[in-house]
Every structure is written in C-alpha cells, then in structure tokens.
Design a protein around this ligand. Sequence first.
Ligand code: COA
Ligand code: NAP
Length: 279
Amino acid sequence: MISDPSLFPKDLFRGKTVFVTGGGSGINLGVASNFAALGANVGICGRTQDKLGHAAIGLRELNAHVEGKVLPVAADVRDPAALASAIARTQSELGPIDVVVAGAAGNFLCPAEELSPNGFKTVIDIDLLGSFHASRAAFEQLRERHGCIIFISAPQAFVPQAYQLHVGAAKAGVDMLMRNLAVEWGKFGIRANSIVPGPIEGTEGLKRLSTPEADAKAKQVVPLRRYGSVDDIGQAAVFLASPLAAYITGTVLLVDGGSALVGSALWNQTVETLPRAKR
Ligand code: COA
Ligand code: NAP
C-alpha cells in the first residue's frame, strides 16, 4: 500500500499524534496510512463508526512496529462540540496533537441553477466550516507542539468547473482559511498548508465525478498521463509535516500530475454526459 516508506525513517513520527478528519476512507485514509507507516499515533474521525473501526484495523498493522496507537472516533465536522470532544479524546488517549489533516468533504454533481440553498450550504458546512472547526479545536495542542495543519483542498478552488460551484466556493474558502492561519499562527510555531490532489484512482470523489470512459479520455490530457494514487497524496502530506518542510507555510501544493495546467474545458464538455446521483 505504501509505495516506498524507506525514503523516510520508519520512526519519523514516533511519539507524534496525527488527527485526520474524514480519515476512514479514500485519500484521507491514504494520508493516515502514510503517517502510521512512519510511526505516528493516528486518530481518525468521520460520521460512521463502523467504517472508522475497519480503517483502524489496517492502521494498527502499519504502526505496530513502534507500538503506535490508533483511535477511531465518530464525529460530524459540522458539529463543533462533537469535533472538539473527539479531539480532546484523541489527546487523552494518544497524546497531544502534532498534525491535523482537515480532509472531510462532501461532493455531488449539480448544475448551479438546480442547486438548492441547503445543497450549497451542506458542502460549505462540511468542507469549509469543518476545516475551521478542526483547526480551532486543535489550536492549544498545536501551539504546545509547534504543530501543523494540512488542508485537503481541490483544484475546483482555483479552476472553475461546471456543476462544481459549491465545491469551488468551499475549497477556495479552505485555501484562504489556510493562508490566514499561516499568517496568524506562525508566531506560535504552527504551520498551515494545503494539498490539492488531482484525480485520484479508486476514490469516492472520482466515482462521483466520473465514469471509466470519461477517465480514459481525461488521462490523455493529464501531463503525466496517469491519475494519482492515495499514496501520492500521503507522501506529500508526510513531507509537509516533516522537518524537511520546516520553513514551508501558507502554500498550496498541487499533487496532480500537472492536471490543473490544462484547465477544465474537457471536463466542462464531458460533465453533462455523466450520471448524477439521485437525491
Ligand atoms: N444533487 C443535488 N443536491 C444534492 C445532492 C445531489 N446529488 N445530494 C444532496 N443534495 C442536497 C440535498 O437535496 C439537500 O438539500 P435540500 O434540503 O434542499 O433538499 C442537501 O444537499 C443536503 O443533503 P443531505 O443528503 O441531507 O446531506 P448529508 O449531510 O446527509 O450528506 C452529502 C452530505 C450530500 C455531501 C453526501 O453526499 C455525503 O455524505 N458525502 C460524503 C462523501 C463524499 O461526498 N465524498 C466525496 C468527497 S470529494
Ligand atoms: P471520501 O472517501 O468520501 O472522503 C471523505 C471522507 O469525509 C469520508 O471518510 C467521509 O466519511 C468523511 N466525511 C464526510 N462528511 C463528513 C462530516 N460531515 N463529518 C465528518 N466526516 C465526514 O472521498 P475522497 O475522494 O477520498 O476525498 C477525500 C478528500 O480529497 C476530500 O477533501 C476531497 O475534496 C479531496 N479531493 C479528492 C479528489 C479525488 O480525486 N477523489 C480530488 C481532489 C480533492 P463519512 O461519510 O463516514 O462521514
């Protein structure tokens, strides 16, 4: 699963605690796995305890070499009190949090003229408010540990894409939140950065926004001619949390094989042919 952990010492994050929102699946689980493989204690939250419990089994195998701990704790990131309580429990069971990964998100395809106020609000609430709630609730621990926050953003934040108005607004907000926190919390030794994944194989996000036929065409225009893996994102995250990135804050790191360079014209043509989830 982890493509080449030997590039970093396997105990790089031994004794450190990483808390990942939305860590029960997909890209965020890939990020959590890369931290666990390098010895971190890992807390993951999401709305579904069963899903988190299943993910935790794999994470425990990955950090067993340092007798690391894993805590799956259900919380909806839209509920600041529930999230604060999950973060407090993580601190008491795993130790103070060194790294927050704000990755929980929601997405669906919807033309702007059909999007309801609550549909727009729901994605803003999960992606943007949820990222604020996680950062805010972890602040004291991050200050104590001179820690960092990694936001999982998306190319929609800066490349407008049809049927993705809600996501574009939410993720642009996330990147600006990140920059403001970098400015304000730098004096406490806290770094904040965003990762923008390109299309990542095998994920819920890709499933919701694509079909195998559309993917085959899209891969031909990705400069690196492939979609990414969850480990591509996980490795970028461990780099940003590592001492190698000690002077990096306030940046948006594209991990997308160059996808953003070619814009959204192909997507905007294709999107009308894609199946849309029933409500
Ligand atoms: N098209 C248009 N509107 C949609 C929609 C769709 N496919 N799916 C949901 N909505 C609207 C709903 O109609 C509702 O608005 P309304 O009250 O005006 O009808 C609003 O969004 C909230 O929907 P609801 O199903 O109650 O939200 P939820 O909080 O249970 O779930 C979602 C949040 C909608 C984002 C859901 O898709 C989800 O849980 N996603 C998490 C996983 C995910 O998206 N992964 C990919 C990450 S990139
Ligand atoms: P995913 O597996 O669905 O990840 C989203 C996670 O967030 C899920 O584990 C989900 O778990 C959790 N979540 C959703 N709503 C939540 C809430 N209200 N409170 C707490 N947790 C919640 O999808 P993914 O595709 O891997 O996406 C992960 C991240 O990468 C997202 O931030 C997404 O925007 C970003 N991204 C993805 C791609 C891609 O190609 N897939 C590209 C660019 C950016 P529950 O449903 O159990 O709560």
